[in-house]
Design a protein around this ligand. Structure first.
Ligand SMILES: [Zn+2]
Length: 44
């Protein structure tokens, strides 16, 4: 899940799975859908 965080007047989007921060909600959402920090996949 992507968490919205505000810091220094800027909104950041944090991947709740691994803690990565993004300044773009689309980047965060795309990362989150591919993030395997908590639920490893072996598709590739
Ligand atoms: Zn992640």
């Amino acid at each position: 899940m992507v968490v919205e965080t505000e810091r220094d007047g800027t909104t950041w989007y944090e991947c709740e799975e691994c803690g990565l921060m993004f300044d773009d909600t689309e980047d965060a959402t795309q990362h989150e859908s591919n993030c395997d920090a908590e639920d490893p996949s072996y598709i590739q």
